[in-house]
Design a protein around this ligand. Structure first.
Ligand code: FES
Length: 101
């Protein structure tokens, strides 16, 4: 299990044990985190927009052209913005901290 931490809008932390191989969107849904993900991971909606708060950005798979395009449609785009449906949980992500954008 990979340890992930979620911080909500009020600054409350939630520790999560995530299974390898599933997406951060699925991890969120499995742990009652209110991350919408309207298109179910098809990269059509951007409602799974998250901020990576720990220094794991460089450990994630690079953004595809499609992910970059979808992210440009979001209002609160930041350098640490990613689509949770495109983040696959791997060993390298142990300790990752994220919040909903
Ligand atoms: Fe729609 Fe990620 S769930 S883009």
């Amino acid at each position: 299990m990979i340890k992930i931490e979620y911080i909500n809008k009020k600054g409350k932390h939630k520790l999560i044990n995530a299974s390898k191989g599933i997406s951060l969107l699925e991890v969120s849904k499995n742990n009652n985190i209110n991350l919408e993900g309207a298109c179910g991971g098809e990269m059509l909606c951007s409602t799974c927009h998250v901020y990576i708060l720990s220094n794991h950005l460089g450990k994630l798979k690079k953004k595809t052209k499609e992910e970059k395009e979808i992210l440009t449609l979001t209002e609160n785009l930041k350098k640490n913005s990613r689509l949770a449906c495109q983040i696959k949980i791997t060993d390298k992500l142990n300790g990752l901290i994220f919040s909903i954008a």
